[in-house]
Design a protein around this ligand. Structure first.
Ligand code: CU
Length: 761
């Protein structure tokens, strides 16, 4: 977070004053100077190193999944669950001794849990889901401080009435922790769905429908389930509080099954099934000494994540949450007992901000690939949107010792270390086969190597010794006797095809449009606003933006939309307005210092290439293209970056590369050659094998252009099967409140790193 290469921190020192140009300097210093554990209820963090590990069994869902061929009733409610080992709770007073207070989905009245029971849908059979928000009078609300200074659901209108999003200075009401009714809305991530059932961030509602967001249509959703069999997941998506609602437990898996991937023992692909197919939802968390969730919201010295980074503008928001306790399926560091045979794991990284680069190690945390007998082989067979054409071997000893531990590197260098490992940014999924055959009696640990933040941070943990510093996530004990023989899908041998037909290649379709978009981070400046030498704001994140444009589409501090925008009539204006049935190339340059998992709703897309990009040179020219003007009371001379202005040029005027987006052409001679490839354009890197299938969320590394083929059509339509202006969906994607694209670091998407996406006729 304090990497000197972060966007405005290092690069734009000359223009540093403008990085918080919206900040008049009038805000009082020390707005949050009191030490709070949590703002409402004092909390003392529990040191994660004191929590015993590998005590509890992994929670599994086999035999408890919810059949979605009938209507599913999903009730959001508070409940308690023993996330930590029982020994932590038994010494606590009531009510904490019953477990950690959480918010969860209670499906068909079978009881709330974190994660929710997995919903299992059948391709071609629609699912009706009826969602109810019953989050009233909760314990947890007092521990999850809503920051009313960011664009958020705002059921009581406090943020709107006090213009909190355009501070500082902030009216007193903007700095109060919110205590009103809790808004929620459910998004089924990766789903091809009519927008009114997509869980639009403004489609939230509060208990009893007392308040509803502008995009609300109904709490009864209709999922058609016509896309490929895959691992989807559902989670809360209410504007500006996703990081808190998901942190509280509002997440679960949603499988789509088809005639091949049936989930049954006789499935034609012969994939492991029954007890040998298990969901793994991986999330980091922090707890207090009462065994309750701890989410940093203050300058408490015990905050692992440090104090809020821009407290005069956002009193409680922190740029990324990282916890010191790893959880899998709602249990801290669980253990799974397995037979010496193949297992299929369906993984999602449901963390707020933590990336995962994982590898199987032996019990002592030693690389099993170089010490003694090899450990279980690991293959990835699918990603976000479906199965691969062929399995991809991970952790291959041929990649060398500690292949996954090789330090991933930041700007302008290939972040290749993770490419051959189990590498998941927040919201990405992996479908994986692990072969425990021949490993009877052994114990293995799944270990994570991804630095925090990724990839600019340093150790896996927080620097000081903490419970995540060794990277351990969970343990597998091969101590169950082998029952029968393992005749399941063996990626190492001959096996049935994963897919009936290869993945439709949309990368070679002649695109109807190209967009060149940028990811940019706005940071506090070094001279303002808390006075010279302030330790609070210097170089710290204020917010990050897609194409320098805020969620509502208005220029910073104004009601002027970015020119070229289309309104949805419900308070937001989109610049990304692709035609239904069309195919577009999105070239996204990440000018920030960290990787961001960018998620596009409605469709599955494909990665065309990655290419190293000269951020410094581009930024110099890009910033010089800003026209100047007065925003939020601050006068920007021409040629100075204006945060939240939108792109410097006109969005809908094609640039020299024939691209929409209002940005300077990614001129190959100027910006695409440097360092190791000086004198010639840096090579286009084909996507790594793990990114070569259908994706709905993709890591965009710093200092790179990520190119995507985005077709506004269902994934199985043949390459020549649709054209611009033709609706290829079994519903009208131009109808309803529309879709969105955003960073899936939850702390980022909550603070403006999200844009509306409206499909056009
Ligand atoms: Cu992000």
């Amino acid at each position: 977070m304090n990497d000197a290469r972060l966007f405005l921190g290092g690069l734009v020192l000359g223009a540093g004053l403008v990085t918080l140009g919206c900040d008049s300097g009038a805000s009082p210093d020390g707005v949050i100077s009191v030490t709070r554990a949590s703002v409402v209820v004092p909390q003392t963090p529990l040191d994660g190193t004191t929590i015993p590990r590998f005590v509890d069994p992994l929670t599994t869902f086999n035999g408890r999944r919810v059949d979605a061929t009938a209507t599913v009733n999903v009730n959001m409610q508070e409940f308690q669950q023993r996330v930590l080992p029982a020994s932590i709770y038994t010494s606590l007073p009531a009510p904490y001794n019953a477990g950690t207070f959480l918010w969860g989905y209670n499906i068909n009245n079978a009881g709330a849990s974190w994660p929710a029971r997995t919903i299992e849908a059948k391709q071609g059979t629609a699912t009706t889901a009826i969602y109810t928000n019953s989050l009233t009078n909760t314990h947890l609300q007092k521990l999850l401080t809503v920051d009313q200074s960011i664009h958020w659901a705002d059921p009581l209108g406090t943020t709107a009435a006090n213009n909190c999003v355009n501070g500082p200075p902030l009216a007193a009401a903007c700095t109060e922790p919110y205590a009103g009714p809790i808004p929620t809305v459910v998004h089924l991530h990766g789903n091809e769905v009519l927008s009114q059932y997509d869980g639009h961030p403004d489609a939230w509602w509060t208990p009893g429908f007392a308040q509803k967001g502008r995009a609300f249509v109904s709490n009864t959703y209709n999922y058609l389930n016509q896309q490929e069999a895959t691992t989807l997941w559902f989670h809360d998506h209410a504007l500006g509080i996703v990081r808190l609602n998901v942190y509280a437990g509002l997440a679960g898996f949603y499988f789509i099954r088809d005639g091949r991937d049936t989930g049954l023992p006789n499935n034609p692909i012969t994939l492991p099934s029954g007890p040998q197919e298990a969901e793994l939802m991986i999330q980091d968390r922090q707890f207090d000494t009462n065994g309750q969730l701890y989410f940093p919201d203050s300058d408490n010295a015990a905050n692992l994540n440090g104090p809020p980074s821009a407290p005069d503008k956002h009193p409680f928001w922190i740029p990324e949450f990282f916890g010191d306790v790893m959880t899998v399926n709602g249990k801290s560091w669980p253990t799974m007992e397995v037979q010496p045979r193949r297992y299929r794991f369906r993984l999602v990284n449901a963390s707020n901000a933590r990336f995962l680069i994982m590898q199987m190690f032996n019990q002592q945390g030693v690389d099993i690939h170089v010490n003694g007998a090899p450990g279980p082989a690991v293959w990835q067979i699918g990603s976000d949107g479906g199965l691969f054409n062929t399995p991809v071997k991970l952790d291959d000893p041929a990649n060398g010792a500690n292949a996954c531990a090789g330090a991933p590197v930041g700007n302008n260098v290939d972040v290749g270390a993770g490419a051959k490992c189990l590498f998941l940014a927040p919201a990405e999924r992996a479908d994986v086969i692990v072969d425990f055959g021949g490993q009877a009696g052994k114990t293995f640990t799944l270990k994570n190597f991804a630095v925090i933040p990724f990839p600019s941070g340093s150790p896996v943990g927080f620097g000081a010794p903490d419970a995540t510093a060794d990277g351990l996530v969970m343990q597998f004990k091969v101590d169950l006797p082998l029952q029968g023989t393992d005749t399941t899908f063996n990626p190492a041998g001959s096996h049935p095809a994963l897919r009936a037909t290869p993945i439709v290649n949309i990368k070679t379709i002649a695109p109807n449009k190209k967009r060149q978009l940028i990811l940019v981070e706005e940071e506090g400046d070094t001279a303002n606003p808390d006075g010279p030498g302030s330790p609070v704001d210097d170089g710290d994140p204020v917010e990050s933006l897609i194409n320098n444009t805020k969620w509502n589409g208005n220029r910073e501090g104004t009601t002027t939309v970015v020119p070229g925008s289309t309104s949805n009539g419900r308070g937001v204006a989109a610049t990304e307005t692709p035609q239904e049935g069309s195919t577009e190339i999105w070239e996204v340059a990440n000018l920030t210092g960290d990787a961001h998992p960018i998620h596009i709703h409605l469709i599955q897309f494909q990665v065309i290439s990655r290419q190293i990009f000269d951020v410094d040179s581009y930024l110099t020219d890009w910033m010089a293209a800003f026209p100047g003007g007065t925003f939020n009371g601050f006068n920007f001379p021409a040629g100075i970056y204006i945060p939240g202005f939108g792109p410097p040029l006109t969005y809908n005027v094609l640039n020299g590369a024939g691209a929409l987006g209002g940005n300077l052409n990614y001129d190959a001679a100027k910006y695409l050659q440097q360092g190791a490839c000086a004198g010639g354009a840096c090579p286009l890197r084909a996507p790594d094998a793990i990114d070569s299938g259908w994706k709905d969320t993709i890591k965009m590394f710093p200092g790179e252009v990520t190119r995507l083929a985005v077709r506004w059509a269902p994934q199985d339509i043949p390459a020549n099967g649709t054209r611009a202006g033709q609706d290829p969906f079994p519903f009208d994607p131009t109808n309803g409140p529309g879709y969105i694209e955003h960073c899936h670091i939850l702390d980022h998407e909550d603070n403006e790193f999200m844009r509306p996406l409206l499909i056009a006729k």
